[in-house]
Design a protein around this ligand. Structure first.
Ligand SMILES: Cc1cc2nc3c(=O)[nH]c(=O)nc-3n(C[C@H](O)[C@H](O)[C@H](O)COP(=O)(O)OP(=O)(O)OC[C@H]3O[C@@H](n4cnc5c(N)ncnc54)[C@H](O)[C@@H]3O)c2cc1C
Length: 496
């Protein structure tokens, strides 16, 4: 950076997704240009809506914000929290603090891009320079796009792997946290400290039923969690996603770093290079796309697709999405969402989703397939919105991409491969411990009937204290029948 071009001046550092101080390009840049540094976080009314961003997800994000504030305080600084429309808040702050620079990290989802466009335009009018850095992905996505030389982004992983092979490995993370200047006088600016979730309008009423997530947000927890995994070198080099178990939940069979990566509490570049270090010290290692590094490539691939594909999160106007003629039945959708389909594995998973805000990848597969092409023939957009609300790792690009995948709307075409809500979990967990944990009503059901309790004789149901139709629902559909019918429908779509 040419220091002459950037004489030191008061600077706002706007924290959005990268809720961390390690490996933070915007933070580094801000410290280079700031005579005084004002770290801000904006609670945008667009996101403050429990119907859209559920309690667990909001709480996890606030925990990350709180941890960031704690870290900044070690430098005699702190996070200045504002409520309001970002352009208005930033303009007010810039004027009050006489700022010359606004630093933030690039966001790629559609809402953020539109928001940032407005911010950039207004800052230009005010003569404030915006310094925008990449940092939420392994690569700067704009650099990947230039390497495509006008070609569209490959929709298959093999094509994506070829692209990044041309580019070389991603940049290494920043080694040290830069010195963060202490916070100056704030003048006449009305800001708050980091709120508790129950202080946010609309959320407090969910507090009693929703305080069930076992994962705590924050950069310090994220780094500690990553370090714990890095000690398991043998596990890392043998990691193969399809061989992990959807029904292992204590502990889960994958890292559960997704919520931390999503909130930017953990730098994806740092995680990548730590995994690479472990892999390089072993002669044997699994390879992308099934290895752990391969999982980060899935993320990167879906981010790049989300960034370049119009209307990526919907069917209409989305050039890579097959327009399948889905139908909507409110009672079926609500049964799925509320975990009352009568299929214990589906219902346990949807309960876990709401209680934990997280599900194993293959469990996500099964419930997504059930809602769409497997059983209920309901649009993936509905399922995507439910996941978006409840997942603490709810991520615009990754969520939409995976829902398109599971519903055979894009990427995946083997529509005749349908997950059975009975046989599939039985393979991993014949005793049904996962179901018993998340659905206590079925706790005493004999293993023989745990995935098909409606088949249990009445006496067995009575002994298990669970009468089907009274304590737990009958299946809303016949899986085998729906599967056959829907494969036929899919065949027609694919023949067109
Ligand atoms: C229908 C559906 C919706 C999904 N929605 C989301 C979402 O909103 N947010 C989200 O982060 N993941 C989503 N996933 C992908 C995946 O299920 C999760 O990333 C993964 O289960 C997170 O657990 P983990 O951190 O233990 O993963 P690990 O297996 O430990 O993988 C490490 C990291 O790689 C990334 N990753 C792993 N799998 C994928 C994948 N298939 N696609 C993209 N990135 C991946 C995540 O950042 C993850 O933390 C979805 C999958 C499906 C089938």
């Amino acid at each position: 950076m040419d220091a002459k071009l950037y004489p030191k001046s008061p600077t706002i550092l706007w924290f959005r997704k990268s809720l961390r101080i390690h490996d933070n390009n915007a933070l580094l840049r801000a410290t280079q240009v700031a005579s005084q540094l004002y770290p801000i976080f904006i609670l945008d009314p667009y996101y403050i809506n429990p119907e859209k961003i559920g309690y667990q997800r909001f709480k996890f994000m606030l925990e990350c914000v709180k941890d960031l504030d704690k870290s900044l305080r070690k430098y005699q600084s702190r996070l200045l929290v504002f409520y309001g429309e970002p352009v208005t808040v930033i303009e007010r702050c810039c004027k009050a603090w006489n700022c010359a620079y606004l630093c933030f990290e690039k966001d790629t989802d559609i809402y953020s891009r539109n928001r940032d466009k407005k911010v950039l335009e207004r800052m230009k009018e005010l003569g404030i320079q915006c310094l925008v850095e990449s940092g939420h992905t392994l690569y700067d996505l704009d650099i990947l796009i230039t390497k495509l030389s006008g070609q569209s982004v490959p929709t298959q992983m093999t094509g994506f792997l070829k692209l990044i092979e041309q580019v070389g490995p991603p940049p290494r993370p920043i080694e040290h946290v830069p010195t963060i200047p202490p916070l100056n006088e704030l003048g006449n600016v009305d800001c708050s400290s980091v709120p508790e979730i129950d202080d946010i309008p609309g959320y407090s009423e969910f507090s009693s039923e929703c305080n069930t997530c076992p994962f705590q947000g924050g950069e310090s927890v994220a780094l500690e969690r990553m370090q714990q995994f890095l000690k398991r070198e043998d596990w890392i080099v043998k990691f193969s996603k399809p061989h992990t178990s959807p029904t292992s939940f204590d502990p889960p069979s994958t890292t559960v770093l997704s919520p931390y990566i999503k909130c930017g509490a953990l730098s994806v570049r740092l995680f990548f290079w730590e995994l690479k270090r472990v892999e390089d010290s072993h002669s044997f290692k699994t390879k992308p796309p099934t290895s752990l590094i391969g999982q980060l490539y899935w993320r990167e691939h879906f981010y790049l697709l989300g960034y370049t594909t119009p209307n990526f999160d919907q069917i209409q106007g989305n050039p890579i999405c097959k327009p399948i003629p889905w139908e909507y039945r409110e009672d079926w959708f609500l049964a799925w969402e509320r975990g009352q389909t009568g299929y214990p594995f589906i219902d346990a998973a949807m309960t876990q989703l709401k209680q934990w805000g997280w599900l194993h990848h293959l469990t996500r597969h099964v419930v997504a397939c059930f809602l769409t092409r497997g059983d209920l023939w309901i649009s993936w957009e509905k399922g995507k919105d439910t996941f978006e609300k409840y997942l603490i790792d709810g991520d615009w690009s990754i969520n939409a991409a995976n829902w398109m995948w599971l519903s055979c709307s894009a990427f995946f075409t083997r529509y005749f491969r349908v997950y059975s809500p009975i046989a599939f979990p039985k393979k991993y967990d014949p005793q049904g411990n996962y179901v018993r944990y998340f659905l206590p009503v079925l706790r005493n059901m004999p293993s023989k009937y745990i995935y098909e309790p409606w088949k249990a004789p009445l006496k067995v149901q009575q002994d298990a204290n669970c009468r089907i139709g009274k304590d737990y629902p009958f299946p809303i559909v016949d899986h085998e029948e729906m599967k056959k019918r829907n494969i036929q429908r899919m065949m027609q779509v694919f023949q067109k």
